[in-house]
Design a protein around this ligand. Structure first.
Ligand code: HEM
Length: 212
């Protein structure tokens, strides 16, 4: 009887642990985004600026879905509670870090594009990109406890919230320009997805405000 008691009481705990949404290893997501990027390499020529530009664009297109998931996780969990939203919340750090890895690929191709072929961006575009990149770096570094512990909880939250909105705004602005100039379905779809993610945030904010 005495032996059984702790075993019985541990059963709900074990069941809960088994049912709790799992964390996806970053190594898996990182390998996924990197594979999606490099799989394109045999089909482009890095000896030409046009081929390199394709990789610049392809790398950010592979990275952005991970950002959008990380950006939308908290809104989804506010609007629809359930196992999926729990899973998203539990994994949003991994999705954010996967986006950062994709950004690293983007930057590697961008640097090669600039220094290998003497290309550049206009001053406004470059300044906005640098601001976005600074936030990607800040959010990435402060996702690790040894660095995050130097910030108060409020500062950490403010930094991450601001950074997520800045990156979202930058991507939305870039696709708005693309839609304005090229009007192709791919850019339109990307813009629509970003606007939906922004609307989810607004809806979640409104819901949270009404409930407080
Ligand atoms: C210093 C930092 C950065 C530089 C120099 C840079 C440079 C570039 C270049 C050269 C292109 C290709 C432009 C073209 O061919 O039209 C590009 C595309 C793009 N970049 Fe970056 N980038 C930077 C940071 C970022 C960041 C932080 C984001 C995050 C939102 C971002 C998102 C994009 C997007 C969405 C595109 C367009 C992709 C498409 O057309 O589908 N970039 N970037």
């Amino acid at each position: 009887m005495h032996w059984n008691a702790p075993i019985q009481s541990s059963i709900p705990l074990l069941t809960a642990a088994r049912m709790a949404p799992k964390t996806v290893p970053f190594a898996l997501l990182g390998a996924l985004v990197s594979a999606a990027i490099v799989v394109r390499l045999p089909f482009v020529s890095l000896r030409t600026s046009a081929g390199t530009e394709l990789m610049v664009v392809h790398s950010i297109r592979c990275a952005l879905p991970f950002f959008i998931i990380a950006f939308s996780a908290s809104s989804i969990s506010t609007l629809w509670r359930g196992r999926l939203s729990q899973w998203l919340m539990r994994n949003r750090r991994q999705f954010g870090l996967t986006f950062a890895l994709g950004m690293l690929w983007h930057m590697a191709f961008v640097l090669y594009f600039f220094f290998g072929f003497g290309k550049s961006l206009n001053r406004l575009a470059l300044s906005l990109d640098i601001v976005g990149l600074d936030f990607v770096m800040a959010l990435t570094l402060t996702s690790f406890r040894p660095i995050a512990r130097h910030l108060s909880v409020q500062s950490w939250r403010l930094l991450h919230r601001t950074g997520m909105y800045v990156i979202w705004a930058l991507a939305t602005y870039l696709y708005l320009l693309d839609v304005k100039y090229y009007r192709d379905p791919l850019h339109e779809t990307a813009l629509l997805i970003l606007l939906c993610a922004g609307s989810l945030r607004a809806a979640a904010w409104y819901r949270a405000r009404r409930h407080n």
